[in-house]
Design a protein around this ligand. Structure first.
Ligand SMILES: [Ca+2]
Ligand SMILES: [Ca+2]
Length: 537
C-alpha cells in the first residue's frame, strides 16, 4: 500500500460524525492519511472502511431501474413493452458508440402477468405479461442485452400474489382446499395493524379471514408452507434458466409473519427462509438485491454470514434520504452520518445499492426543484462517488420530474425521449400522459453541458477508476463539505462535495490532478460544486 499524505485546507470548524452521534471539534487544517498511517490529525476522520474483499461482478456494475410500461412503446398501443426497451438499448449501452449512457445492469420492475398497471400483484409468476410482449419478447430482449454485456435482474414479488391469482382463488374456495395453507387464514378476524403505522391487515372472504399486509388485493403467501417455498423457488430457478442475472426482491422484510406488531417484519423465520431460498437457487453468482426499506441497522442481518449466505446486496435507503435531504438542507453531516452508520454495520463484502430515488419516491429533480440546477448535478456526482453500486431511476439522468398529483403514477410516467407531444414514447395514446416535454433525451444527447452528459462522464470515470468501485473509504469534511478518500493499491482518489449554496474555500492537495470536472477548483469550490481528484503517479 502506497502511503500518501493528503493535506486538505478546510478553514472552518469540523463536524465529525460517529456511529453514536455527532462529535464537534475545532480544526483549521485536516491531514488525511492513507490507511495505516494513523496520526493525531487523523482524528478529523469521521469513519473509514476497508476495500471490498473478493468483489463480485455487481460491485463493479452501474444499475438502471426501468418501468417497462413507461419506457418505450414499440407498437403504438400506448403501453411500453420489451421490444420498445430493446429498441432503446443503444441509448443505455452501445458497445460501439460514444453517446450511450453506459449502464450495464438493468432492473426491470415486475414483468409477470398482473391486473394492475404496476405489476406488483402477480397472477402468473412464470410468464411475461402479454402487454409487454410476452415470453418471446423477453427472450429477444435478454439475448440482445447479454450480447452487449448488460445484465438483467427482474422484480420478484415473493411476499404476496394478486387476489386474482388462481392459487388464491383456489385457496379461498374453502377450508378443505388443497391450497388452503398457501395463504394465511384465520377463522376469526385478527387485529394486526400494519407495522409501519395503522391500517388493517385481515380481510374476509368466503366466511374466513386472510392476511394481506399491503392491500386487500394482495394476499400474503404463506411461507411456512413447504409447497409455497418450493413453488416460488421453482419460479426463481425458471427465470434464472431463462437468462436473468438475479432478482430485486420486493418487500423482503415481510415474507414470514409471526404475530401482530413487530412480528410482521424481520422475523427470525424470515431470515431462515431467505437463507434457504438462496441455497435452493444454487446460483452463487446471481444478484439478489433486497428491498429492506428500513434503517441500516435493520438491514444488516439480511447479509447473513457471507456473500453467498442470505442477500448479497441491499438498497441503502438511509443514504438515499440523506443524499437528497443533505443537499436540501446544506448539511454534509447528514450524508456522513448515514454513510458511516452503514459502513460500520454492513459487512465489507456486502454490496450496498446506492440510489437517489426509486419508483416509490418523489423524483430527485422534483425534490431539488427549487434549488439551482447545479444541485442536481451534485446529486449525480454524489451517487457515483459513494461506496456501493449506483442505481439510476430511469429519467433521473435527464432530470425528469414528477407529474402532477400525489398518486404513485406521478413518479412513473413515460420516459421523455424528445420534445414532441408524445415525447417519443409512443405513437398512440399513452397509458399515462408524460409529465412534460422538457427535459428530454434528444435535447441533451449532443450537449456536453447537459445533465445526461454528466451522468455519462461519471459512469465512464467510475469504469476507469477501480478506487470508486471497490476502494477503501475514508469519510471526512465539515458542516457543508463532504470529503471521501477512496483508495486501492493502484490509486488514491479524493472526492470533495460542497452541499451548500455558498462558495467554499478549497485548495486541492498537492500531487492531485482533476478527474471530473476537468478543471480542478482553485482556492474556491463553487456552490453545489464537486470534484473528483486522483493522485498523480
Ligand atoms: Ca406497446
Ligand atoms: Ca408475508
Amino acid at each position: 500500500m502506497k502511503q500518501r499524505r493528503i493535506l486538505l485546507r478546510l478553514p472552518v470548524a469540523l463536524f465529525l460524525c460517529s456511529c453514536t452521534g455527532l462529535v464537534h471539534t475545532q480544526a483549521t487544517t485536516t491531514d488525511i492519511h492513507a490507511p495505516g498511517d494513523a496520526t493525531p490529525e487523523a482524528s478529523a476522520l469521521a469513519c473509514e472502511a476497508p476495500q471490498v474483499p473478493s468483489p463480485a461482478w455487481y460491485h463493479h456494475a452501474v444499475g438502471y431501474e426501468i418501468f417497462v410500461r413507461s419506457f418505450s412503446d414499440s407498437d403504438g398501443d400506448g403501453i411500453g413493452d420489451l421490444d420498445g426497451l430493446l429498441s432503446r438499448l443503444d441509448y443505455l449501452n452501445d458497445p460501439t458508440g460514444d453517446k450511450d449512457l453506459g449502464v450495464d445492469l438493468l432492473w426491470l420492475m415486475p414483468i409477470a402477468e398482473s391486473p394492475s398497471y404496476h405489476g406488483y400483484d402477480v397472477t402468473d409468476y412464470r410468464h411475461v405479461r402479454k402487454e409487454y410482449g410476452g415470453d418471446q419478447a423477453f427472450d429477444r430482449f435478454i439475448s440482445e442485452a447479454h450480447k452487449r454485456g448488460i445484465r438483467v435482474v427482474i422484480d420478484l414479488v415473493l411476499n404476496h400474489s394478486s387476489s386474482a391469482h388462481p392459487y388464491f382463488q383456489e385457496s379461498a374456495s374453502g377450508p378443505d382446499s388443497p391450497r388452503r395453507d398457501w395463504y394465511v387464514w384465520s377463522p376469526v378476524k385478527l387485529d394486526w395493524q400494519r407495522p409501519w403505522g395503522g391500517g388493517q391487515t385481515w380481510y374476509q372472504k368466503n366466511g374466513a379471514w386472510y392476511y394481506a399486509l399491503f392491500s386487500k388485493d394482495m394476499p400474503d403467501l404463506n411461507w411456512k408452507t413447504p409447497a409455497v417455498f418450493n413453488e416460488m423457488t421453482d419460479v426463481a430457478k425458471a427465470w434464472l434458466g431463462r437468462g436473468v442475472d438475479g432478482f430485486r426482491l420486493d418487500a423482503v422484510r415481510y415474507l414470514v409473519e409471526e404475530g401482530p406488531g413487530a412480528g410482521q417484519a424481520d422475523t427470525n423465520k424470515n431470515h431462515e427462509v431467505l437463507r434457504a431460498f438462496r441455497a435452493a437457487l444454487n446460483a452463487t453468482d446471481a444478484l439478489l438485491v433486497g428491498e429492506v426499506w428500513a434503517s441500516a441497522q435493520v438491514g444488516a442481518p439480511y447479509f447473513g454470514s457471507s456473500l453467498s449466505d442470505e442477500l448479497p446486496m441491499l438498497f441503502d435507503f438511509d443514504l438515499a434520504d440523506a443524499l437528497v435531504q443533505g443537499i436540501r438542507s446544506a448539511r454534509a453531516g447528514l450524508v456522513r452520518e448515514a454513510l458511516c452508520n452503514r459502513l460500520s454495520l454492513w459487512p465489507a463484502w456486502g454490496a450496498a445499492g446506492v440510489f437517489l430515488t426509486n419508483h416509490d419516491m418523489v423524483r430527485v429533480a422534483t425534490a431539488l426543484g427549487d434549488l439551482p440546477p447545479e444541485a442536481l448535478r451534485l446529486a449525480a456526482a454524489l451517487l457515483f462517488g459513494m461506496p456501493g453500486t449506483p442505481w439510476i431511476y430511469y429519467g433521473e439522468e435527464i432530470g425528469m420530474k414528477n407529474g402532477p398529483g400525489d398518486d404513485d403514477r406521478a413518479k412513473r410516467l413515460p420516459m421523455q425521449w424528445d420534445s414532441g407531444p408524445l415525447v417519443g414514447f409512443t405513437t398512440g395514446k399513452p397509458w399515462a400522459n408524460p409529465a412534460s416535454m422538457d427535459p428530454n433525451v434528444a435535447a441533451q444527447l449532443d450537449d456536453p453541458g447537459s445533465l445526461l452528459a454528466l451522468y455519462r462522464s461519471l459512469i465512464q470515470v467510475r469504469r476507469s477508476h477501480e478506487a470508486l468501485r471497490i476502494g477503501s473509504t475514508r469519510v471526512l469534511g465539515d458542516e457543508s463539505l463532504l470529503v471521501l478518500e477512496r483508495v486501492t493499491p493502484k490509486e488514491t482518489m479524493l472526492l470533495v462535495f460542497n452541499l451548500s449554496g455558498e462558495a467554499r474555500g478549497f485548495e486541492p492537495p498537492q500531487g492531485f490532478v482533476p478527474v471530473i470536472p476537468a478543471q480542478a477548483p482553485s482556492g474556491t469550490i463553487e456552490p453545489f460544486g464537486f470534484c473528483y481528484l486522483v493522485a498523480s503517479q
